[in-house]
Design a protein around this ligand. Structure first.
Ligand SMILES: Cc1cc2nc3c(=O)[nH]c(=O)nc-3n(C[C@H](O)[C@H](O)[C@H](O)COP(=O)(O)OP(=O)(O)OC[C@H]3O[C@@H](n4cnc5c(N)ncnc54)[C@H](O)[C@@H]3O)c2cc1C
Length: 426
């Protein structure tokens, strides 16, 4: 009998297993994958997420893999240009890192094992054990092996968007919205453009950043209705998007860039939150809360709310407070703390800005001080209620002498539901 079984051992499950095992609990963590292995995900980690890696004693290990630091961010949204970097975090993190998932996830799984968790790789969970409406364990198998059963006080699904734990317990989704885009990404040599997050004319985006092995990740996004056309020649499609958004970088891609790996194409799953607890079970990571990758917050949020869940589960396993109190608190806190990121992500991943966000970003780009705060917001270091505070925005507009008619200080249904401009034709 385990205290906790964790299904899925990537950026949500492995840290959860590690944190609870380090506290001395009996933890089993299983994944149908073996490590190192890749997963469909780019891998930008914000300073807030890196801070958690540091607090777990794992950031130096990630940096030691040769993953280069990024200290200048180039963010554009049509003609709005914001360049710079957040101030260093309180724990001294002054760079962003984007390690390959093959590397990051292996470090996390190994840390869980070293922390004392029992890990079974290549184990597919096929169902849950129950006693009445309480989940009491998992069943599954390694490869074609015989079915095995394991029991625990708490079973946590950290098994991603298609979570079998969520499906089996019938966890309902709420606050959902349709995903807007598809993505293609791959790894390139011969590129040195710095970090770019560029959304441009004709509802399209490219992102690029350095990663391990002297390579750059290059990702492009367009609206879903253009997926079929794009599939016909993705190399030409990538080149076209980069050319249209930034012709100079487009020329450099054409002249020196070499794609080193196959493309990873993907229609994004929709945005959702899921009921994330019940008798004997909980969900963490994408299993419980998923949003468009446009803002690159999946890994950082997985770390944040894994830490939150680990702390609260510890309270219950140690007898301080019952699960009936701590698990609802986990979901409530997660939803409250992530509300601003979730709303912002759903809005700006439409690839057009509402009048509200257009004004706020445009005015921010005109103020060096607010540009820094913008990157602080994006990094998870500057509080959203201050960045979007009505008084603060009023002062910003006055300081940069912004047109009176565009001074949106508060979100309203009128200024925050429809894009400011119709998409420019290609
Ligand atoms: C195209 C794309 C780009 C992204 N870019 C970024 C980015 O730049 N930055 C960022 O922070 N986030 C990004 N994200 C989001 C990020 O990838 C996810 O939020 C994150 O991977 C979620 O982690 P997780 O551990 O919850 O789930 P996952 O990473 O999905 O891991 C789930 C694990 O559960 C295992 N599993 C599933 N079912 C079973 C089963 N039945 N039995 C056993 N094991 C099982 C799987 O094998 C898997 O290893 C991106 C996502 C996509 C799709």
């Amino acid at each position: 009998m385990y205290d906790v079984i964790v299904v899925g051992t990537r950026v949500a499950g492995a840290p959860l297993a590690m944190l609870l095992a380090r506290k001395g609990y009996r933890v089993l963590a299983v994944d149908r994958a073996s490590f190192p292995s890749d997963t469909p995900s780019t891998h930008y980690i914000h300073q807030a997420g890196l801070g958690l890696l540091k607090s777990w004693g794992l950031l130096d290990e990630v940096i030691a893999t040769g993953c280069p630091p990024v200290r200048e961010l180039n963010f554009t949204y049509t003609d709005i240009v914001i360049k710079g970097m957040a101030d260093p975090s309180a724990d001294g993190i002054d760079a962003v890192y984007c390690p390959r998932r093959t590397i990051l996830d292996k470090i996390l799984v190994d840390a869980a094992g070293k922390g004392g968790a029992e890990i079974i790789e290549g184990f597919t969970v096929t169902g849950l054990l129950t006693d009445g409406d309480r989940v009491t364990g998992i069943r599954g198998h390694v490869g074609d092996g015989r079915e095995q059963e394991f029991r625990a006080t708490l079973v946590v699904g950290a098994d991603g968007a298609n979570s079998i734990v969520a499906k089996t317990v019938g966890a309902q989704t709420y606050e959902g919205s349709s995903a807007a885009c598809f993505v293609y990404y791959s790894y390139y040599s011969g590129i040195d453009w710095g970090m770019n997050h560029r959304t441009g004319f004709g509802e399209q985006q490219f992102a690029a950043w350095p990663t391990n092995d002297d390579q750059y990740l290059v990702a492009v996004m367009r609206k879903r209705d253009r997926f079929r056309d794009f599939k016909a020649d993705p190399d030409a499609g990538v080149q076209e998007i980069v050319d249209q958004i930034d012709p100079e970088i487009g020329a450099r891609l054409r002249d020196t860039g070499k794609r080193e790996e196959p493309f990873r194409p993907m229609l994004y799953p929709d945005n959702y939150r899921r009921q994330s607890f019940g008798p004997g079970w909980a969900l963490v990571g994408d299993a419980g809360y998923h949003k468009d990758p446009f803002t690159g917050w999946g890994i950082t949020d997985a770390f944040k709310y894994t830490q939150l869940l680990a702390d609260l589960v510890d309270e219950s396993l140690s007898g301080a407070r019952p699960f009936e109190e701590t698990l609802p608190e986990y979901q409530r806190e997660r939803d409250e703390q992530s509300a601003s990121t979730y709303e912002l992500t759903q809005s700006i991943s439409e690839l057009t800005l509402t009048p509200y966000y257009d004004s706020v970003f445009r005015a921010s780009s005109l103020s060096p001080d607010y540009s820094k705060k913008f990157f602080g917001l994006i990094a998870g270091l500057y509080p959203p209620d201050k960045f979007f505070g009505e008084q603060e925005l009023g002062e910003l507009y006055a300081q940069v002498d912004f047109p009176e008619a565009d001074r949106h200080v508060a979100k309203t249904p009128e200024n925050n539901s429809a894009p400011k401009n119709a998409a420019a034709p290609l």
